[in-house]
Write a protein that binds this ligand. Structure first.
Ligand code: NAD
Length: 428
């Protein structure tokens, strides 16, 4: 056995996977989940791991490692993002795939849970190389994906352009039916994407936050918030919160931390980030080196929209927000959560707060299969309806059983999966 210390990334992935498994075990025991359902759910159904070569711009060849973890397809085809990042690992995608199963069940979507990705940094490659890497990965995945079998979507490090390349590759290889476009979601609108998909996760997180504030009798106008991550999820959540009258006073991303009690303009920051790929340099006079100043900001809301395990036992005591909204997956560790709840800080958990993305992905899939194009108003109305129904269900369970919102979300999701397993049985 090697005695080498594991890297920070490996440790983080192990923590994420362990955290998801621990929470699953805790709530499975709490609801006395049927023994066979418990056993089935505790492992993914399939783990696909592939290595594939790609020609670089200079003529050399590089070997890449890709993953697709298919956790569960009881409710429908596997569904989940493709993450392109140097931190991608088997443990990370296994944890995220299980979260997708729970999220789709909680949202009452006819979809299962999966996750995948490639272990590399797209920022280190030209657009041409990224295109060849994406297409070769799609070829290597072969029939492990498909519009009725497993439907990828964008995640960290990927966007609509990557989904367009995946769909086009799949279509060229196997396309025979109209619904082949539905092999991935999160495509550009021109290539069959749904309007409202890009903003769905960020807006959805804020729809949950709005419901929470209503429950507290707290008007959003005049409140302040901080946000970690100003990418797809973070920037859209910030935009919606600003529209509702809240002010962004602190923001952190992989490049810098910015604190400005007078307020930060979302539109200006979004334009800046688009051009510079980070917040560094936007307001140099308001940049701070000490990230603890970000965590300890006095705000009503803290939106976490970057990565996992960012609030741990080490910094949980610093948090002074009233509510944490988990736009990212697994940003609060189990140890930190216990400390926060004890301090009266509530958390809208990832499988509820960020389910807007998969809800509109489902809408895109339905539209593609029926050759329909819904309006922005229709998408937003249906998104709100589904999200608010899930939010209210979670809050009702949380209040009735005096458990946290995360525990309540797991209860609802696991009970739904169990009820279907018990009706269908395990064949043969
Ligand atoms: P993105 O790539 O658009 O943005 C990621 C953001 O995280 C960037 O602002 C980046 O600067 C920041 N970041 C990266 N490393 C960081 C670090 N070490 N410290 C601080 N900030 C860091 O990704 P996204 O699509 O906005 O996804 C963000 C999170 O939300 C991920 O955890 C993802 O799994 C989750 N999520 C996304 C969707 C979706 O629809 N995009 C849906 C559900 C969940």
């Amino acid at each position: 056995m090697s005695n080498e210390p594991v890297s920070a990334e490996t440790e983080s992935a192990m923590k994420l996977y362990q955290g998801v498994c621990d929470r699953f075990e805790q709530m499975a025991t709490y609801i006395k989940l049927d023994e066979k359902v418990h056993a089935i759910m505790s492992q993914p159904k399939a783990e696909v791991m592939i290595h594939f070569p790609v020609k670089m711009d200079d003529g050399s060849y590089q070997l890449f490692k890709g993953y697709r973890i298919q956790h569960n397809n009881l409710l429908g085809p596997y569904k989940g993002g493709m993450r392109f990042s140097p931190e991608v690992s088997l443990d990370e995608v296994k944890g995220l795939a299980m979260l997708m199963t729970l999220k789709c069940a909680l949202a009452k979507l006819p979809l299962g849970g999966a996750k995948g990705g490639i272990k590399y940094n797209p920022n280190d490659h030209s657009p041409e190389e990224n295109q060849r890497i994406t297409r070769r990965f799609t070829i290597a995945l072969g029939h492990n994906i498909g519009p009725s079998y497993d439907i990828p979507a964008p995640d960290m490090g990927t966007n609509a352009q990557y989904m367009d390349w995946m769909m086009d590759t799949y279509h060229n290889l196997y396309g025979r039916k109209i619904e082949d476009k539905a092999v991935v979601t999160g495509k550009s609108v021109a290539c069959g994407g749904s309007v409202g998909r890009a903003s769905a996760t960020g807006f959805g997180a804020v729809y949950c936050l709005e419901e929470w504030a209503k429950g507290q009798g707290m008007p959003l106008k005049g409140t302040t918030f901080s946000i970690q991550g100003f990418g797809n999820v973070g920037s859209h959540a910030a935009q919606k919160l600003e529209e509702l009258g809240a002010t962004l006073v602190a923001v952190n991303d992989h490049t810098a931390t910015l604190i400005n009690p007078d307020g930060i303009s979302i539109a200006e920051l979004a334009d800046y980030v688009m051009e510079h790929r980070g917040i560094k340099g936007f307001q140099p006079e308001n940049e701070v080196d000490d990230i603890d100043r970000f965590w300890s900001q006095h705000v009503e809301f803290m939106v976490l929209a970057a990565l996992e395990n960012v609030i741990t036992r080490e910094n949980a005591d610093l948090i002074r927000a009233k509510l944490i909204v988990e736009g990212a997956n697994g940003p609060v560790t189990t140890g930190a959560e216990a400390m926060l709840l004890k301090k009266g800080i509530q958390i809208i958990p990832d499988i509820l707060a960020n389910m807007g993305g998969v809800i509109v992905s489902y809408f895109e899939w339905v539209q593609n299969r029926n050759s329909e194009y819904w309006s922005a108003a229709t998408v937003d109305e249906k998104l709100r309806e589904k999200l608010i129904a899930a939010y209210r269900q979670v809050v009702a369970i949380s209040e009735e059983e005096k458990i946290s919102m995360r525990q309540a979300a797991y209860v609802e999701s696991l009970k739904h999966l169990e009820s279907v397993y018990l009706k269908r049985g395990v064949w043969p």
